[in-house]
Ligand binder design. Sequence first.
Ligand code: G6P
Length: 595
Amino acid sequence: MCGIIGYNGVSSAVPFLIDGLKRLEYRGYDSAGIAVISNRNIRQEKKKGRIAVLSSALKKRDDMCGTIGIGHTRWATHGSPTDENAHPHKSGKFTLVHNGIIENHKELKEKYLKLCDFKSETDTETAVHLINRHYSGNCIEAIAQTVKLLEGSFAMAILCEDEPETIFCVRKASPLLIGTGEEASIASDISAISSKADTLYRMADGEIAAVKKDCIEFYDFNLNKIDKERSEFSVGYAHTEKGEFDHYMLKEIYEQPEAVKRTVDSYLQNDTLNMPIKTDKPERIYIVACGSAYHAGLAGKLFFEQLLSIPVSVEIASEFRYCSPLANKKTPVIIISQSGETADSLAALREAKKKGAPTIGIVNVPESSIATESDSVIYTKAGTEIAVATTKAYSAQLSALYMLAIFFAEKWQTAEKKQLSDLTEGLRKLHICIKNALGCEEQIKEIAARFADTEHAYFIGRGSGYAVAAEASLKLKEISYIHSEAYAAGEMKHGTISLIEPGTKVIAICAPNGLNAKMQSNIDEVKARGAEIFAVTCTHETKADTCIITAEAPHPMMSISTQIIPLQLLSYHVARLRGCDIDKPRNLAKSVTVE
Ligand code: G6P
């Protein structure tokens, strides 16, 4: 998951590196470091904590003045967050930063590096010692010999004092981009370099690059030269500011109507949905994703099955990739991902392709690996999302899934024309209904105060209500650190109800899906054990202690899009009252590029 940045130009490298690290901080933020080459000497600084800590340490250094450098922001996998474990890692004349995991680092250490003086607990340090061990005057050869020994995933940027005008890059399974323009830049993702570069190279698996400020050469791991094509940037990735909002998360919650409208408008013209997908009616559909994107998938399943009458399996990507999925050329696999770089989702996509399944990416970042490698892509147009807890990208994913289901139903003629035209009309109004739903913030603030000292919460729902519950529960726990679980309301009594005590908070999502009477019984069951019930509901009567009345969805099948809004706001305000770091919750990262 970590973020890598690099600069090779004519100005001082440090300001560029620090700016880039700030833009990459969402990938991991437990420690950070940079290295520059100055007068053929590597100089580096690394610190536990946020980029701000590194920045203040750098103010005390007057020797970090090179025009070539690399930087790293870390999300710890091997070894806790400490100054020593922060990247870069140095050995002899080399220093490097790494994103990914070197799975055979113990074996390599045992076999080749017994006498080395390791300064950290990281897997990464093995790589730099190995490069140094292979070095006999030719940097790229030492790097090529080393990478062939490494198992796992890695993107690395490497400096060597003997070649002070080059940054060496390698990639296997972890993303790395090289920007070109007046100067060369390197980054794990486009947002860090878009303001400086005109065009970019996307490194492919098994490539090594030698990045000089005015020329870049590519090789495979056997050092055969490769001709690569550059691509233009397709979207502006301006570094968004918080503006009037105190946190990116709140800003992004309020950007949801626009995000959904942009997504719908790009595929719905007049009354016709134009989607770049040719798939014939299949036997089954897989939806595969992680985190909130998986929860969008749960919603997608309901929509797809109702309109298409085809079984849909929603799979967690990290499970799908290892469970011998039954995907084949008759089972399209839809991969949902905001970043397009989530390691497990990307691996699941590759697994699906290996099995011959047609793959469809629903992706927010156009230059990402999943967007590039999927057979067809639906782009969500949420814009850059900064807060780790997703909101607007999730809403845009829901709208993309609605559109895809309607598009397939039209194409395969699996639903009544009237139903499809009602749903299409609903798509057009969806952003307005989401805007209306945002009107509940004042009520939510009051309710949030009642959650401030809560340690446990349960979300229950049926059908689409359960899909909302799953996402709402994740939102609450990830940013407020309240322990929270989501249950299909009818399942609660099979064990979890034993945890209900007088005063336990239960949030019941009463979706307009014809299951209200059943939900009321489930509410009664927990109420009888003393729970305090909050119901998220459109209009119907409920036995809850507190009602959160949400704006109506444009179509009952789209209620997930409106019912999630008050619950995103609830998580935000509860986390705020608890003094949590809302945009960068502890232990998390926005783009999870390790397994
Ligand atoms: C992380 C983020 C989540 C996101 C998940 C999947 O855990 O914090 O918000 O849903 O990764 O990410 P993706 O980029 O694939 O949607």
